[in-house]
Design a protein around this ligand. Structure first.
Ligand code: GLV
Ligand code: GLV
Length: 326
């Protein structure tokens, strides 16, 4: 019999076609744009050989137990982030191989990060709101003024593929200096943007724009907190397109509402969705997007294709194009 696979979402057509046309697996799909309910997922994974999931599915001991060993051999997540996977459990358990989708989303995420940065620093959302709700009385000298990239210092928290790609796009905006921090210096990447390695404190101190581009790990959980915000410049713009968990949102709210920093652009929050009555929605200098950094047709299709190919390669016992080293 063919290996059985469960796909936890209606994935974009490229990925689904690859799986269908492979003839290699027998698959069942949660045929919806919304996440599969947990109870349904726990039932459906029973006895499957492979699971293709999204970042909305927590893969923990409960799920692995429900899948049952030794059946589950391959887990393929359609995401670059893997904080929804309990790596400790996966390591313990049974030689499961894990695929993910780095690289194919780097351009889309970097583009969105630039858009969010400019929307925040130049107050675009506030501005369109003013224009259409009668606030546009006349041309005024300091009305809706923001901050410019020219001659600025840009700080990257976590210099990987995405951080580098953001910095490369910012270069033509005449940024004066790039600085970054990470668990260790990344000389090969840093060289491409002439970025200086600094401590987290210096990053906060010097950055006019601070972009969070790191993975969410126990080390980065809540790393953007009151201490960090209090070290930042009053004109600083804070941007997060990584994971909401890197930010202490109460501390961010305080920093924004007291003018400790100038603005924040967030594509990720805790929780997601962020409740519509959340205080962060009430501060004017906070631009919040619903986790859309990789949301282009090209990229979401490429992610689904890579996730599908990772899954199929894993089930054939071959190396995956993008496999997580557990
Ligand atoms: C998106 O956040 C991803 O991890 O792919
Ligand atoms: C702006 O539109 C200017 O003319 O200064």
């Amino acid at each position: 019999a063919l290996p059985r696979v469960y796909i936890s979402r209606k994935v974009p057509p490229e990925g689904l076609d690859i799986i269908r046309q492979s003839g290699q697996v027998q698959f069942e799909l949660w045929d919806s744009d919304d996440p599969v309910p947990r109870s349904e997922l726990l039932q459906k994974v029973k006895g499957v050989d492979g699971l293709l999931c999204m970042l909305t599915e927590k893969v923990d001991a409960e799920l692995l137990d429900a899948a049952g060993s030794p059946n589950l051999k391959v887990l393929s997540t359609m995401s670059v982030g893997f904080d929804h996977l309990c790596l400790d459990e996966l390591k313990k358990s049974r030689g499961i191989r894990v695929g993910y989708t780095p690289d194919v989303l780097t351009d889309a995420v970097a583009e969105l990060t630039i858009a969010l940065l400019l929307a925040t620093s130049r107050r675009l959302i506030e501005a369109t709101h003013e224009a259409k709700t009668g606030g546009w009385g006349t041309w005024r000298t300091l009305w809706l003024c923001g901050y410019e990239l020219a001659n600025s210092t840009v700080g990257i928290l976590g210099l990987g593929r995405i951080g580098l790609s953001i910095a490369e796009r910012l270069k033509p905006f005449k940024v004066k200096k790039f600085i970054y921090t990470d668990v260790a210096p990344q000389p090969e990447l840093a060289e491409k943007i002439n970025a200086e390695y600094v401590s987290l404190e210096e990053l906060a101190n010097q950055s006019d724009f601070l972009a969070v581009c790191c993975a969410l790990t126990p080390e980065t959980q809540g790393i953007c907190n009151r201490k960090l915000f209090s070290q930042m410049k009053k004109n600083a713009i804070f941007i997060n397109t990584s994971r909401g968990g890197t930010v202490n949102q109460e501390d961010l709210y305080e920093a924004l509402s007291t003018g400790q920093i100038a603005g924040a652009g967030l594509d990720v929050t805790t929780p997601e969705p962020l409740p519509t009555d959340h205080p962060l929605f009430k501060v004017k200098n906070c631009v919040i997007l619903p986790h859309i950094a990789s949301a282009t047709y090209t990229t979401r299709n490429a992610m689904s294709a890579l996730a599908a190919n990772n899954l199929l390669a894993g089930l054939r016992g071959e190396p995956m194009a993008k496999e997580l080293k557990l």
